[in-house]
Design a protein around this ligand. Structure first.
Ligand SMILES: NC(=O)C1=CN([C@@H]2O[C@H](COP(=O)(O)OP(=O)(O)OC[C@H]3O[C@@H](n4cnc5c(N)ncnc54)[C@H](OP(=O)(O)O)[C@@H]3O)[C@@H](O)[C@H]2O)C=CC1
Ligand SMILES: O=C(CO)[C@H](O)[C@H](O)COP(=O)(O)O
Length: 478
């Protein structure tokens, strides 16, 4: 009888193929399957030398190839394709088997699938995986949800293939049912925000300061040696330094300026709206992508008047470049603060008990938002797991204090020059709103009571009140 495989992977496109190779490189015998056989054959043809693969050509053959309890990873397109695969697999599996969906599923889908499969005695683990093509092969950040028991079955496999930072694998059990996919969704929301902020920094360096892409690449390289050290800053420098082979122009100038999205950023904002969690930086990043794609609207608006502001004086250039670094760092703190607060809100809503310090720990390596900065976030939550917001952590407070004037100068200079900085400005507005003694929300409440008798609470007396606006304006307690 042939030896059974330790783990299986179905879905051998970019991510699944590399995850399968990663498992095999760690010494596991890996059964592989793809709906279209070409991908399976391709993997075997090109990579069979890397480890012990068992090619299979149907889901039932895949299931038969696995030792029990079976561990089977699904890495196919999220949405209906995942349901199709799960529905076909479920009757083939036995009680105690562990089915992992490592795609970018919506966490509500994961909750539904987990509950349905639990009725059959199957463990369903919705797991976030981040790192793209290279990360899947060399070591991703892995965010598994599902039961603790299922995690116990998977842990030796996942910690082996995950990225490693200072001897700690970038994988941790996030919490029950959809917790893993929820945290991956917020990871992607923060990714959108981070990318938008970097884009705005680039735009200012280009159009306010007047630098060329190759020069801006050098600035990002320098920033990448400091507190902004991160994968996204690193790849930004690489992109900006790249020249288009066809035209000899900077590569960034030949790419159509319409950013696309697969949907996880939008889900983050939709989820935040449901939870009442203000993730304004992520929302602006999603809308900025959507605005960029409205070619007709942009074309129709191109001739609209703008400000008369001019470029910076040459003597102000170096100082302004430093200001942009400060604004970028401060806005990045806000983006992460908002994302972590959303995780806190989701965790409370669904009873997941997510450990925020652990999330920061596993995001330090492997994933798209990996950054030196996450070490600070980990330390912040380790020293105070109940921290209301990262903004009040002592070390971030110091950075925000230092950034005050530069951050405001950047937003004001961008505004006066007509350069859109929705990420920088919404982060600053969020920061100012949180620290404000009084907000105009008081006036909004009064307006609501005026037109709709929606009532209000007073700052000085307990209770709920209404004023007779259309009568004698007397106030009574509701
Ligand atoms: N690409 C990335 O950087 C990242 C992707 N992800 C997520 O990982 C998952 C896989 O991503 P990626 O590798 O890019 O591949 P794709 O999202 O492009 O999905 C392609 C894979 O899905 C399979 N598939 C599609 N429809 C079906 C179906 N109805 N039944 C069975 N199989 C189906 C395809 O099979 P076939 O070859 O037969 O068409 C192929 O194996 C996705 O959920 C994605 O969101 C997560 C992190 C990063
Ligand atoms: O999950 C990922 C990284 O962790 C993907 O790279 C992400 O889905 C890309 O998203 P989009 O296409 O919406 O920019």
């Amino acid at each position: 009888m042939t030896e059974k495989a330790h783990i299986g992977v179905t879905g051998l496109a970019t991510m699944g193929r590399n995850l399968a190779r990663n498992f095999a490189r760690r010494g596991h015998r890996v059964a592989v399957h793809n709906r279209r056989a070409e991908r399976t054959d391709n993997l075997i043809e090109h990579f069979s030398g890397e480890g012990d693969f068992v090619p299979t050509y149907s889901l039932s053959e895949l299931v038969q190839a696995l030792e029990r309890p079976r561990r089977l990873v699904i890495m196919v397109k999220a949405g209906p394709p995942t349901d199709e695969v799960v529905d076909e697999l479920a009757p083939l599996l036995d009680s105690g088997d562990v089915l992992v969906d490592a795609g970018n599923a919506h966490f509500e889908d994961t909750r539904r699938r987990q509950a349905a499969l639990a009725e059959r005695g199957l463990h369903f683990v919705g797991s976030g995986v981040s790192g793209g093509e290279e990360g899947a092969l060399e070591g991703p950040s892995i965010m598994p949800g599902g039961s603790q028991q299922a995690y116990g079955e998977l842990e030796p496999f996942l910690s082996g293939i995950a990225a490693d930072v200072d001897g700690t694998p970038c994988v941790a059990h996030i919490g029950p049912d959809g917790a893993g996919h929820f945290v991956k969704m917020v990871h992607n929301g923060i990714e959108y925000s981070d990318m938008q902020l970097i884009g705005e920094a680039y735009d200012l360096l280009r159009h306010a300061v007047g630098k060329e892409p190759a020069e801006i690449a050098e600035i990002f390289r320098r920033w990448n040696t400091g507190r902004l050290d991160s994968y996204l800053i690193e790849i930004t420098a690489e992109v900006l330094a790249h020249t288009d082979a066809h035209t000899g122009k900077p590569f960034v100038d030949v790419v159509l300026d319409q950013a696309e999205q697969k949907g996880t950023g939008r889900w983050t904002v939709q989820g935040a709206l449901e939870l009442g969690s203000p993730v304004s930086g992520i929302a602006e990043a999603v809308f900025a992508r959507s605005l960029s794609g409205h070619a007709d609207l942009r074309e129709a608006s191109r001739g609209l008047p703008g400000p008369t502001g001019t470029r910076l004086a040459s003597t102000d250039i170096d100082g302004f470049v430093d200001d942009i670094e400060q604004a970028l760092y401060a806005s990045k703190i806000v983006a992460y603060a908002q994302g972590f607060n959303q995780i806190q809100a989701g965790s409370a809503e669904y009873g997941w008990n997510v450990d925020l310090g652990s999330v920061a720990t596993i995001w330090r390596g492997g994933c798209i938002i990996r950054a030196k900065f996450l070490d600070r976030i980990r330390a912040a939550y380790e020293s105070d797991p109940q921290l209301p917001t990262l903004l009040t952590d002592r070390s971030f407070q110091r950075a925000l204090n230092e950034a005050q004037d530069p951050w405001r100068r950047v937003v004001s200079r961008a505004t006066s020059m007509g350069i859109p900085v929705p990420g920088f400005s919404t982060s600053l507005a969020y920061y100012d709103a949180l620290r404000a003694k009084r907000l105009p929300a008081a006036l909004v409440q009064a307006q609501r009571d005026y037109f709709g008798a929606h009532t209000y609470r007073r700052a000085d007396i307990d209770g709920v009140f209404h004023t007779e606006w259309s009568d004698d304006r007397s106030e009574y307690e509701v």
